[in-house]
Design a protein around this ligand. Structure first.
Ligand SMILES: *Cc1c(COP(=O)(O)O)cnc(C)c1O
Length: 521
């Protein structure tokens, strides 16, 4: 990144938010240059001894010029990152209504557990006899996931939902191959998350899209029309991305199985049905579970994610290595495909066993909630979403509202008609009010979508303030108070960014302004 264009995003001008300051800082909001701008090559925060004389062994390929890394003193480095962190917004700062992402509170108990030395200070290559506790935790987490889903096997290694999709679809592909079949098509409803068709395409499948019904759900008749012996699988999200439970899910599963295809369920929205519905009972063959959504492990910069995949009996043999197997009283890992315990394994999804720290946090959340607590979390999340929809429906337009919402409330942009404002303007105005925006323009099947997922983390007081804020914004939009929206965010450390230009012409490398000037000459 260079400073070009910074002016457009610089701190607020005097006229908008009070007098300008000399430093560009605004009280606790500190303006911050890039490391490359504030660092100097002659400074360092650490003292390193001069290396002893040595003969280079790179055959003349060693670097001749200095690296040019910026140096900072320890307090400067510390302040840089702390200042940046204060420009961030997280679930620990306020309500984070990002739909489909299930941004819920990560209890501090989870952090305490994850820092226990027996979990935090171990290495994946340690002899298994020394990590029996960690393997035991993985086994226990697996048991919880299988009980909650009613499935037969679980693969813990995938490191995100999308990675879990890849794992589940690879298991499906392996199963077809083992059966001597080579189907070429994967059926995906239009409302699907982009990772679904991307996963199918990555594995070489042709994606066949099916339309949604007028009520936002998938039509079993449309599924049947798309099915043939050439179909490998359907990828279906339930509850779907419109926030609705698919009423025909069992009939869809039966139709899919009737042509020899498998049912991949996108489990990103599992929070809505946790402890209420076992997906195994619906006919699902594979489903990823985003531990960082449903089970409260941190994400959105605080990650890493973890996306275990549960598998049906038909797909269980193809689960990736390593397999966790019991040997008498102890546990061991079968690392190689082809070995007993992983005879038909699809291979490996990652170098080691998955995100251990997230396994600890997820199990900690499960144990502290218990069966009744997990069910209540799902019920409260659904109640919160319905409360938001019911409280805003008279000022914002909610499509598909004839059905109860599950975990998220969906609005479109028809209520903005004639105001000259867009979904994006509303999202940006929410930033000024101190909220992270909701998910916008997804799902694609709804025009100007605004997808709000409050989760069970929010108190009624918190929901009421959020609702009142959106009502106020809706009223302002309808009253023609455009300034509040068009220039928003007015009060954030950075103003509205040119997101299209950032995506189309990303500047990924900082170039010294002087070098830029010289190059131009
Ligand atoms: C979040 C999400 C995914 C992808 O999960 P990641 O962990 O972000 O890779 C897939 N499908 C849906 C519906 C999602 O909400």
């Amino acid at each position: 990144m260079n400073r070009e264009g910074r002016g457009a995003t610089a701190p607020q001008s005097a006229s908008e938010t009070g007098p300008a300051t000399f430093t560009g800082n605004r009280a606790l909001d500190l303006e911050e240059g890039l490391l490359f701008e504030i660092g100097r090559q002659e400074v360092t925060g650490v003292d390193l001894d001069e290396p002893a004389a040595f003969a280079p062994r790179l055959g003349g390929l060693e670097r001749k010029a200095p690296l040019g890394l910026p140096g900072l003193s320890e307090p400067e480095a510390m302040r840089h990152y702390v200042r940046l962190s204060r420009m961030n917004y997280g679930i620990d700062s306020g309500l984070f209504p990002l739909g489909s992402c299930t941004m819920k509170h990560n209890p501090r108990l989870n952090e305490r557990m994850a820092r226990l030395a027996g979990f935090a200070d171990i290495h994946p290559l340690q002899p298994v006899s020394t990590v029996q506790g960690a393997l035991g935790l993985m086994k226990e987490l697996s048991r919880y996931l299988l009980t909650l889903t009613g499935m037969d096997a679980v693969a813990l290694p995938p490191k995100a939902g999308a990675h879990g999709e890849l794992c589940g679809m690879m298991a499906i592909k392996a199963a077809h191959e083992a059966n001597g079949r080579k189907p070429t098509i994967v059926v995906v409803p239009e409302s699907a998350h982009g990772t679904n068709p991307a996963t199918a395409a990555l594995l070489g499948y042709q994606v066949k899209s099916i339309p949604a019904r007028a009520d936002g759900t998938v039509d079993v008749e449309e599924v049947k029309k798309a099915l043939s012996p050439d179909v490998a699988a359907i990828m279906l999200t339930n509850p779907n991305t419109c926030g609705l439970f698919e009423p025909d899910v069992v009939a869809i599963a039966q139709a899919v199985h009737a042509v020899g295809a498998y049912f991949y369920a996108d489990g990103a929205n599992f929070n809505a049905i946790l402890g209420k519905v076992r997906v195994g009972d619906l006919g699902v063959d594979a489903m990823h579970i985003n531990l960082h959504k449903t089970f409260s492990t941190p994400h959105g910069g605080g990650g890493p994610g973890a996306g275990p995949v549960v598998l049906s009996k038909a797909l269980a043999p193809f689960a990736p290595a390593p397999a966790l197997v019991a040997d008498g009283d102890s546990l061991r890992l079968v690392e190689q495909q082809g070995q007993a315990g992983a005879a038909q394994a699809l291979g490996r999804m990652s170098a080691f066993h998955g995100q251990m720290g997230m396994f600890v946090r997820a199990l900690s959340w499960m144990l502290s909630h218990g069966a009744d607590g997990m069910r209540q979390a799902a019920e409260d999340a659904v109640l919160s979403a319905n409360y938001i929809r019911a409280s805003l429906q008279d000022v914002m337009s909610a499509p598909f509202a004839t059905r109860p919402a599950m975990h998220e409330a969906l609005f479109d942009d028809s209520w903005l008609e004639g105001t000259g404002l867009s979904t994006l303007d509303v999202a940006k105005a929410l930033i000024d009010e101190g909220y992270h925006p909701m998910t916008v323009y997804f799902p694609l099947v709804v025009h100007g979508a605004m997808l709000i997922e409050p989760t069970e983390s929010e108190s009624k007081a918190s929901l009421d303030l959020f609702i009142a804020t959106l009502r106020d914004l809706a009223m302002a939009a309808k009253a023609g108070e455009k300034e509040r929206f068009l220039g928003a965010p007015h009060y954030a450390p950075r103003r509205r960014l040119d997101e299209t230009r950032a995506a189309r012409a990303p500047v990924l490398r900082w170039v010294k302004p002087q070098a830029v000037a010289e190059a131009a000459e």
